[in-house]
Each structure stands twice: as C-alpha cells, then as structure tokens.
Design a protein around this ligand. Structure first.
Ligand code: COA
Ligand code: MG
Length: 288
C-alpha cells in the first residue's frame, strides 16, 4: 500500500520552461510532466528534449514525478520513451489505456533497459473500454496508480458536465474500486474552471468522499485547496488518536469493543484510525 501522499497532482506541459522551473517550489505532492495532450504537435520534439533536461538538472525534491508520454500507438510514443528513459524516470503515465495488454507492452519496453528497471507505470483511465477493463489493468505488471481522465471520458461517453458529476459516477467508481482491490493509488480528474475555487473545493470533497487519494490539477492556484481537502483534518486526527487510546484501554480490560463520542469502536475502526495517522505523518514529512 502506498503511504506517500497524492493529494495534489499537477499537470505541467513539457513544453513550458517557466512552469517546469516554477514547479520545483510549488506545494504539489506529485507532478505529471506532460508530453501528450498539453503539447502541440509541432512542439512534441522540443518538449521531450526540454523535459529530459529539466528532469536531469532541476530538483523536484520529494514530489512524485510522473511523465505522461504519448500512446505507443502514436508516432511520438516510442521517441518519448527513448528520450525520457535516459533520465531513469520513477514513473511513466500511459494515456488512453484500453486493456492490460497496453500496460504489458510498455512494461516489456521498460524491462529491456537497465535505466528503467525500477520505473513504475500509471494508467490514464479515460476511455469506456479502459473503465470496463480497469480490474485487469490495475493488476498488470509495474502498475502503481490510476489517473482519471474525465474530459476524455465525458467526450467518449457523450456525457454532459454537471456539478454533481452524476453522469460520470459509474465511470469514476469502477476504476476506483479496481484500484482499491489491487492496492494502487487512484487520483481524480481535473476541474477545468481553474479560477473557480468554490467549484474546485466541492469537486475535491466529492472525490475525497468517494475514496480518491487526490485530484489532478492544471494550475498552481488549485494546489492549496486540494492539499487541504485530501489531508486528514485536525478533528479527524484527534478522533483517530482517541479511538486508538480507547480501544487499547478496552483491550487491556479484556474487551473487544470501545465507545468514543457515543459511537462504537471496533478493530476495523482502528485500522482506519491508524491509516489516518499514517497519512498525516506522510504529509508532514512532505513539508519538511
Ligand atoms: N504548472 C506550473 N506552473 C504553472 C502552471 C502549471 N500547470 N500553470 C501556470 N503556471 C505558472 C505560470 O508559468 C505563471 O508563472 P509566473 O507568473 O511565475 O511566470 C503562473 O503560474 C501564473 O500562470 P497564469 O498566467 O495564471 O496561467 P496561464 O494563463 O499562463 O496558463 C493554463 C493557464 C491553463 C494554460 C496553464 O495553467 C496550463 O498550461 N496548465 C496545464 C494544462 C495541462 O497540462 N493540461 C493537460 C491535462 S488536462
Ligand atoms: Mg486525455
């Protein structure tokens, strides 16, 4: 199980030098360095070189680093991988994943180079076929996480955008359930209106309540809200500590159940309480 936080996962177009530099000081838990849809066709080749250079020379600290390459079926995918492999990437994010075979193919290419022996794979969940195959994709080799591609999903499903995201709920939940079953990370899709803080907060809260680990973001102004919403609150941390203390005391008395704030506390609640504290600790460690 991943204990590293993925509350805020910021996309940066691989072609934007200023943004690549700026990100070394931004409060993102993870960065997606994008060579795919955020980079125009005529910029693909320059972006790949600029990105490789940035990954070699800039210090992104403890932030998780994911490089989104173009799909291997496109004319750019193989070159992206060639250039990025030399930077010993910690993770490759594969777009438009429809089935486990797409992940297998990338995994074999990573196997073939010593520089990518440890590289993990993340998959964009952004097609109806990908959503239906989420379980086998989550179990494919090297898999570490899912990123929801909600704009592509809505497009392919012919679904309309609504603030409650009701038309997308099943498509969000199937990959989420598959990720939980496989023990990998699941990060929610982007909120397009990047100047609308209130709307972003509501969507972050919805994703958090569903069980997502964090949210993908497109602008630095979105970082603080995602970091706050996906972190355990003071109240949750305090409750977790009191539940653990009460349960320990009950166990000493030879009882299997405790009561805190008028609610029953059993072993399963202690598992959750310990996860809350572990997440809070991992977040504190990021800030150091
Ligand atoms: N990551 C890091 N820095 C970013 C950034 C990002 N995603 N987006 C903007 N910035 C920086 C800018 O470089 C600028 O820095 P500076 O003021 O120090 O020079 C600052 O934040 C303010 O940017 P702003 O002028 O408000 O944004 P913009 O109008 O230039 O760009 C977007 C708006 C949406 C085009 C831009 O944020 C972006 O490209 N986001 C990523 C889109 C993407 O990757 N999409 C693919 C997945 S959906
Ligand atoms: Mg997409």
């Amino acid at each position: 199980m991943e204990t590293r936080p993925f509350r805020s996962v910021l996309y940066i177009p691989g072609s934007k030098e200023r943004a690549l530099e700026k990100a070394t000081g931004l409060a993102a838990d993870a960065i997606i360095f994008d060579l795919e849809d955020a980079v125009a066709i005529e910029e693909k080749s320059n972006a790949r070189k600029l990105l490789a250079e940035s990954l070699e020379t800039l210090d992104y600290g403890t932030r998780a680093r994911l490089v989104r390459i173009n799909a291997l079926s496109t004319e750019w995918g193989a070159d992206d991988l060639d250039v990025i492999a030399s930077t010993r990437p910690e993770a490759i994010l594969l777009p438009k994943v429809d089935e486990a075979a797409d992940v297998d193919a990338l995994s074999r290419l990573l196997d073939a180079r010593p520089e990518t022996a440890e590289t993990r794979i993340w998959a964009m969940m952004e097609s109806p076929m990908g959503v239906l195959n989420a379980h086998s994709i989550a179990c494919a080799p090297r898999m570490a996480g899912f990123i929801m591609g909600t704009n592509d999903l809505a497009k392919d499903m012919g679904a309309r955008f609504r603030t409650d995201r009701l038309p997308l709920l099943t498509a969000l939940q199937l990959p989420l359930i598959a990720a939980k079953a496989a023990g990998i990370v699941a990060v929610d899709g982007v909120y397009n209106a990047f100047k609308d803080a209130e709307g972003l907060r509501a969507e972050c809260e919805q994703g958090r309540d569903m069980g997502f680990d964090g949210k993908t973001l497109i602008h630095p102004a979105q970082l603080a809200i995602a970091n706050e919403v996906f972190a355990p609150s003071e109240g949750e941390i305090n409750l977790a500590r009191r539940q653990i203390a009460a349960f320990d005391a009950a166990t000493e008395r030879g009882e299997g159940v405790a009561v805190v704030d008028g609610k029953i506390v059993e072993n399963l609640h202690i598992v959750t309480a310990k996860q809350v504290l572990a997440r809070a600790e991992a977040i504190a460690a990021m800030a150091e």
